[in-house]
Write a protein that binds this ligand. Structure first.
Ligand SMILES: [Zn+2]
Length: 608
């Protein structure tokens, strides 16, 4: 029996999913792609006659199969083309997928379990080369028709409109392209099935670890939320909470007024890890393990920070089903998930919860992966490797264009990844320390403190020709982003304590302004003036907080013979690191102050 590997990789997933600024199409597109990837590919594989097509993994927009047949190459080619056609048909030309083939030598064992143990590293490399080659030369670029009388789609603005809009609560004269219509229909389909999905919630035990990952998005989310003991019905109503129908429907759900947070998490260094996979069995367990950890980490973060919210029905600001109203109230999920699986999460939450959600996802992913590595024999041959995420968070007003928000979060994720890579390359220097290259960064768009996104947060000597002499050789970093989980945890706790002590927005804003002078003269004198305006407890809190970061940046451990070693040098608002760079953690503190949910003990009331 001949054998051929078939690999799939969906093209420009984000371009398709985030092709519009509206929640319903984003959600529909995401669900559709996810279903094509996890369900359709496997179903199609089963339907092929006279050949065995065995799935190794199907997630994150990718897939890997082994075709076993007398004419395996031809069968594999047909299979690849059929999946490609399905993708194009089901998304009305909106999405596409690339496949690559690699024949395996003839003398391999016929049973799949034996085959999974054979070293196929060379063939994995070859199929990857094929894939890169095919992805690099898109043969059939869609050529859009062009005609002055054709009207562009009112949702994506790119393709030509083909159908009149039939969406509820929308003006009559909207026209959509077929791709966007298909996305909208998928969103409707899910909404209609949602109560049924509730049945999955009720008896989710019909699914197992082995088959749940081949189910559609909301079944998986329900399953893993159940596993994390998430309470779907905290208010007694047996009606499954709904998701916000559009971005504006987040308004009654958010604590940080009118702000939502977009979180984008992506596993570190996966490319390098994949090149070390040598057998199909390891590939299978690796893909499954990372996919599962992504689901579980997100579910635990939701359980911890994003409980179901109850709001007045007339506050809902969107379409609600009458039967969901109980005593004038409805329940809502205060989040939405756009991409989940493979090694990615893209989700939307209340801005006030976003940083804590990101931190928990980062911490949980790492610890779940550590456990999976220990429990799964296949991981042993990958060595003692660490698994971690880089995470970007953008907090922006609800009305901020979503595509801009997505562009920002992609850049911030890149910053976090760069820092994670740097941490890995510096790794040997701190041998013996429990190594963690998880990195989390954030950005606030026009924040509550009138944050100007163009303020430079880093000033290096060469930037400062206009500075006075004493400053010219000094370097200033007004931010400590991206954060490690330990440092971010400290930051969030310090903010909560600061809120409790009521540090006051006005004073914090003055502190921020003085830091941004980026020098050791006015920065210092103005900051000290702010410090003097706080009472002793408040002052102590700020100084302790700053000193703690100073300590993190000192590499020398405390030395009993030299009490000053290991103590940070503070020049308020700065501390000096080992390279004599002036840094401060206070600007990040100030900027996030309004974007961290207050503890329950806080009294309600506006803080000046
Ligand atoms: Zn469109």
């Amino acid at each position: 029996m001949q054998k051929t590997l078939v690999a799939f990789d969906a093209d420009r997933i984000k371009g398709y999913v985030f092709g519009t600024d509206r929640l319903k199409e984003i959600r529909g597109a995401s669900a559709l792609l996810d279903k094509l990837n996890r369900e359709m590919m496997r179903t199609e594989a089963k339907q092929v006659k006279d050949a065995e097509i065995i799935p190794i993994y199907t997630n994150g927009g990718q897939g890997l199969f082994v075709v076993s047949a007398d004419n395996a190459h031809t069968v594999a080619e047909d299979f690849g083309q059929r999946i490609q056609k399905k993708f194009s048909e089901e998304t009305r030309g909106g999405a596409s997928i690339t496949y690559a083939l690699q024949d395996l030598p003839a003398n391999l064992p016929d049973t799949i379990n034996a085959l999974k143990r054979i070293d196929l590293a060379d063939y994995f490399k070859l199929i990857q080369v094929q894939m890169d080659f095919k992805k690099g030369s898109p043969a059939d670029t869609v050529v859009l028709p062009s005609h002055p009388l054709m009207r562009p789609c009112d949702a994506c603005g790119i393709r030509y409109a083909a159908e009149k809009g039939a969406e509820k609560n929308e003006p009559e004269d909207l026209y959509y392209c077929q791709s966007c219509r298909e996305k909208q229909e998928e969103d409707h389909r899910i909404k209609a099935q949602f109560q049924k999905a509730a049945d999955y919630v009720h008896n989710f035990k019909q699914y197992t670890e082995d088959n749940i990952l081949h189910q559609e998005l909301w079944k998986r989310i329900s399953y893993y939320l159940q596993e994390a003991s998430y309470d779907f019905f905290p208010f007694g109503s047996r009606f499954v909470p709904q998701r916000p129908s559009d971005f504006h429907a987040f308004r009654p759900l958010v604590e940080a007024k009118e702000y939502i947070g977009l979180i984008y998490a992506d596993a570190n260094n996966m490319g390098a890890k994949v090149t070390r996979l040598t057998r199909l069995g390891v590939y299978e367990q690796f893909a499954k393990g990372v996919d599962r950890a992504i689901h579980q980490a997100m579910s635990r973060a939701i359980k911890q920070h994003l409980p179901i919210v109850q709001i007045a029905a007339d506050e809902a600001a969107d379409d609600i089903q009458d039967e969901s109203i109980v005593e004038g109230k409805i329940t809502r999920f205060p989040f939405d998930i756009f991409l989940l699986g493979g090694d990615d999460i893209v989700m939307l939450t209340d801005a006030a919860k976003a940083m804590e959600v990101a931190l928990t996802i980062g911490q949980e992913f790492r610890s779940i992966m550590t456990q999976i590595c220990q429990e799964t024999p296949e991981f042993r041959e990958l060595g003692n490797d660490q698994y971690s995420l880089s995470i970007g968070v953008v907090m922006a007003p609800i009305k901020y264009p979503f595509r801009l928000m997505l562009g920002l979060v992609e850049n911030i994720l890149k910053d976090a990844k760069k820092e994670a890579a740097k941490a890995r390359s510096d790794r040997n220097k701190q041998a013996g320390i429990d190594f963690d290259d998880t990195r989390i960064s954030f950005r606030i768009v026009n924040g509550g403190m009138q944050i100007n996104a163009n303020d430079p947060y880093i000033k290096k000597p060469e930037d400062k020709a206009d500075r006075r002499d004493e400053d010219t050789n000094q370097e200033f970093h007004a931010t400590l982003r991206p954060y490690s989980p330990r440092d971010l945890d400290n930051l969030l706790k310090a903010i909560k304590e600061g809120q409790h002590l009521r540090l006051g927005r006005t004073k914090l804003h003055q502190l921020r302004e003085s830091i941004l002078h980026m020098n050791t003269t006015t920065s210092v004198s103005e900051s000290i003036a702010v410090l003097r305006n706080w009472n002793e407890i408040q002052r102590k809190h700020i100084l302790t907080y700053l000193r703690r970061y100073g300590t993190f940046y000192q590499h020398a451990p405390a030395d009993p013979n030299n009490p000053l070693a290991g103590l940070p040098r503070l020049v308020f608002p700065w501390f000096l690191d080992t390279q004599s760079v002036y840094r401060t953690a206070l600007l990040d503190f100030v900027e996030l102050y309004d974007f961290v949910a207050r503890d329950k003990r806080e009294q309600v009331g506006y803080e000046q």
